[in-house]
Design a protein around this ligand. Sequence first.
Ligand SMILES: *Cc1c(COP(=O)(O)O)cnc(C)c1O
Length: 416
Amino acid sequence: MPGGVSSPVRAYLSVGGEPPFLASASGTRVTDEAGREYLDFVGSWGPLILGHAHPKVVQAISEAAAKGTSYGAPCLAEIQLAEKVVEASPVADQIRFVNSGTEATMSALRLARGVTGRDLMVKFNGCYHGHGDAFLVKSGSGLATFGESSSQGVPQSVADSTGVLPLNDIPALEQWFEVHGAQTAAVFVEGIPANCGLLPQTKAWWNELSALTKKHGALLVVDEVITGFRLGKGGYCEIAEVEADLVTYGKVIGGGLPVGAYGGRQEYMELISPQGGVYQAGTLSGNPLCMAAGLAALKVLETENGWTRLEELGAYWENLLQPLMARETADGHPVSLRREASIFWLCFGADTPPLDFAGIPADGAKRYARFFHHLLNAGIMIAPSAYEVGFLNLAMTKQDLEIAADAFGAALEASR
Ligand SMILES: *Cc1c(COP(=O)(O)O)cnc(C)c1O
C-alpha cells in the first residue's frame, strides 16, 4: 500500500511519526491495536457527528445487512433518505446518490456543463472538492488566472478549463466574470470552506458571487459535503440564505458509511440519465446498507435536538479555548481559534484567524506538529495536519471538553 495508507493525510507526513493503527471505536473514543485509547476530534474527517458506533446506527446497519447489502435495484431506504434530504435542503428538488463526496462534485460539474453547454469552471484557493481531475488544480501565477494542476497525471487541458480564485476577494470575482463570464459553466465553493483551515466568507462576498453567477448564467454549486447536516438540517445554504443551483453532500449523510449525493432544481436534475443526456451511474449507489446508516443518523440528529446541542457544545468548547489563545498570544506565541457550530480550527502564528488561504501563516505547521504529538501522548487525537479542522460530536460531554481543554493548554505551552 503506497505510504501504508488508503488516503494520504493518514500517513502523518506533515506531523512526523507513525500513525496508530485503530482497532475499535465507541462514542468519543478510538482505541489502537496496542490498546491505547484516544479522545477523538477527527471523527473520521467529518461523518461521525453522533460519535463512533452509535447504537441506533449500528442497529440499523445490522438489520439492513441481514436483508442483503446491495441489490442493484431501487429500494425503500434510498427513497426514505432522498425524501429526508430533499425536505431539508433549500436547494435540492431532486437528488442522486453516489458513493463519495468526490463522485458528488464530479457529477455535479458534469451536470453543470450539461445544463449550460459551457466548459469553464471556477474554484477557490483553499477549498477542497475531492480528487476529481478538474478539482486538482491550484492557482497559477498572477491574479484571476487559469490554474496549474496540483497533481501529476492531471492533463493540462483540464487545468486549462479551471479558474482558481482567492477567497475573500470580490475584485478577483468581478475580473473573472468580466473576461470569462459567458464561458463559465459553474462556480464551486464550500458552504464554509473547512478543508484548509476554517475560512467563512462574508455576506458581501456571497452576495457578489450569487449576483455574478446569476447575471452570467453560470451555476452556483455549493459543496456541502462537510457542512450539509452538520451546521444544521438545511446546511449552509439555509443558514446563510444562499440561492444555489446545485448542492453536493457526503460525510454526515452516510452515517459513517460511504455515501455522497448531488441535488438541485428539478429542471437541472431532469437532465441526468436516464431522464436526460448527462450520464452518471453507480453499481453500489443507493445500496440499502449505506442508506440505512444515513437515515438512522439523521433521525437521531432530528429526534435528539442534535444541532442545537452541538451548537451549545461548540460554544462551551470555544469558551474553554479562548483564554488559552489569549494567553499564548500575550506571551508572544500567537494562536487563534475559529469555530462554526461543531467545527473548529486553531490557527498557529496568527492572533486573528484569516479568511483566505494566503492569510494562513506557513510556519505555523512546525509548532502544530509539536502540539499534535503532545496531545497524542496525552490521549487526544486531532487531525495530523495544521490545515485540517476538528469536529465535535454528540457523544461528547462538557466534562470531555474540560479534560481536553486542560490537555490543549498544556500542549500549547509545551509546543512553543
Ligand atoms: C471530504 C470532502 C469532499 C470529498 O469527499 P470524499 O468522500 O472524501 O470523496 C468533497 N468536498 C468537501 C467539501 C469535502 O470536505
